[in-house]
Design a protein around this ligand. Structure first.
Ligand code: SF4
Length: 208
């Protein structure tokens, strides 16, 4: 069977986006009260960089875009530090997540609840379809959960700072940029982010 043309991939991605936007699987299963899928297709089949986060937060839902809160600004700043032009997060990166609906807040806490394994399993076919259609050269994993699901267990310190080759793909693990995470407060951890961004800069330069 021949590989689909770019036009066919664009059409399939668009159909997938419509499917995600209409999805209510987690509501039907009783995991969340309402479905508000974000990022049906926040990117292009031609994007060479894909970024996988955990799940949208409240601001992302309100603005209808992944990483719509302050974390998105930090991520764009990190990309700029690796040599990409300003606003590249929005113009050159395929943005997606383990799940597409706001999971709600942690009960009694100020952070967002992490999606459960069952929710991630319901949403996973969308991510797998995107990976197949976009076929990115590099996947940036943002946050411990995305790293654990896509690469494996281990503390952030184990993963951040290296480019990983696994399952036939290249991965760059990064911490979540949100101010809620205290991991970035440690100078040693910020050095690991610097190292990761150096790896990204090198990867970008090699492909110019
Ligand atoms: S999180 Fe994913 S599977 Fe669950 S309702 Fe939203 S789009 Fe559907």
């Amino acid at each position: 069977m021949t590989n689909p043309s770019e036009a066919q991939r664009v059409e399939r991605l668009s159909a997938l986006s419509r499917q995600v936007s209409a999805c209510r699987r987690c509501v039907d299963a009783g995991y969340i009260p309402t479905a508000d899928p974000v990022g049906g297709a926040r990117g292009r089949v031609s994007d060479r960089l894909m970024l996988i986060g955990q799940a949208p937060g409240r601001l992302s839902v309100a603005r209808g875009m992944p990483f719509g809160g302050p974390g998105g600004e930090v991520l764009d700043d990190w990309l700029t530090r690796a040599g990409y032009p300003p606003n590249f997060l929005r113009t050159g990166v395929y943005l997606t997540a383990l799940t597409r609906c706001f999971p709600g807040k942690v009960s009694g806490g100020k952070g967002d609840r992490a999606p459960s394994a069952a929710e991630m399993a319901l949403c996973r076919p969308y991510l797998d379809a995107e990976l197949a259609l976009v076929d990115p050269e590099l996947i940036v994993l943002v946050g411990g959960l995305a790293i654990r699901v896509m690469l494996g267990t281990g503390p952030l310190e184990h993963w951040v700072g290296q480019m990983v080759e696994q399952s036939g793909r290249h991965w760059l693990p990064l911490p979540h940029p949100s101010g809620v995470s205290r991991w970035l407060n440690a100078p040693a951890h910020r050095l690991l982010v610097d190292r990761a961004l150096d790896q990204l800069a090198k990867w970008r330069e090699e492909r110019q």
